[in-house]
Design a protein around this ligand. Structure first.
Ligand code: MF3
Ligand code: CO
Length: 275
């Protein structure tokens, strides 16, 4: 979601039952991304993938969360190469060496699930594979900090530290993770950059979408003429991984899952697994 300043945060805590409903929505998100992963190959268009996603979500009793969200016109966001996030599915055919971020949201039983994964078609080269791996690692480093009595800034710092300080990548500033629940975007905002000990205190029952967006080159981005697609200014590739999680006392509960996605990624000979 886009970064914005507001007066007061309203954080909605979820009950055990609500958390299970969110896990269920996220299960369908994971199955959908996994199915798209099995279809990825040179020559397929991102619009073909989007149509399949919409069908699969509805066949399983869900509604695509992104469709019509502030006028967003597709079921999924599919962002290729220099597209960071919010890429419009379209008639461009994927090709060898592309990096493809698939971001999917599902609304079911009153709750949203939201997750994203970046795939490598064929071999985009060792430097790009490192970007994908490090961005994925940073997601888990952020999640490690999503425990009670830490703060949002602890998550933010862990992600920025691993990607920017350690590897020299550019963390996007204009877009952030978010609370999630009955609405796709709830408070608090979850930036991928910041200071330890800053921001809202984390408490059990807080549900967050943590989503590092990391550029291989500089952090600067711009909006494409379609008004949605965010692209890197320097034209270098970008990676995006996202999990929906619930803050708990000692260890965050990861509500979305990459298990089916990683199995599909491994089984598809057109893809190089991120690892
Ligand atoms: N994961 C993205 C986000 O939470 C997807 C939103 S796409 C939109 O910001 F179309 F719904 F905006
Ligand atoms: Co999100």
């Amino acid at each position: 979601m886009s970064l914005f300043k507001k007066y007061k945060e309203v954080i909605i805590y979820k009950t055990k039952e609500e958390i299970e409903l969110m896990r269920h929505s996220n299960l369908l998100v994971g199955q959908t991304i996994a199915h798209l992963a099995s279809l990825l190959k040179p020559g397929i268009t991102t619009l073909q993938l989007d149509v399949v996603a919409g069908q699969l979500i509805r066949d399983n009793g869900g509604v695509p969360s992104f469709l019509n969200y502030h006028g967003y016109p597709y079921n999924t966001c599919i962002s290729v190469n220099d597209a960071v996030v919010h890429g419009f599915p379209g008639n461009l055919e994927l090709k060898e060496g592309d990096v493809v971020s698939i971001d999917c949201g599902v609304f079911k039983n009153g709750f949203h699930g939201d997750s994203a994964y970046t795939f490598a078609i064929g071999d985009p080269g060792a430097d790009v594979m490192q970007l994908l791996r490090v961005t994925k690692e940073s997601l888990y480093k952020g999640i490690e900090k999503a425990v009670a009595n830490n703060r949002i800034g602890d998550i933010a710092f862990a992600i920025q530290d691993h990607t920017e300080r350690k590897y020299g990548y550019g963390v996007v500033r204009e877009l952030v993770g978010h609370g999630i629940g009955r609405s796709l975007h709830e408070d608090p905002q979850v930036p991928n950059f910041g200071k330890r000990g800053n921001g809202a205190k984390l408490m059990p029952g807080m549900t967050l979408a943590i989503e590092p967006m990391v550029n291989m080159g500089k952090k600067d981005v711009f909006y494409d003429e379609d008004g949605w697609t965010v692209r890197t200014k320097d034209g270098k590739p970008s990676a995006h991984f996202e999990h929906s999680i619930c803050v708990q006392k000692d260890k965050a509960d990861i509500l979305s899952s990459f298990e089916a996605i990683e199995a599909a990624e491994k089984a598809n000979s057109h893809l190089t697994p991120v690892g």
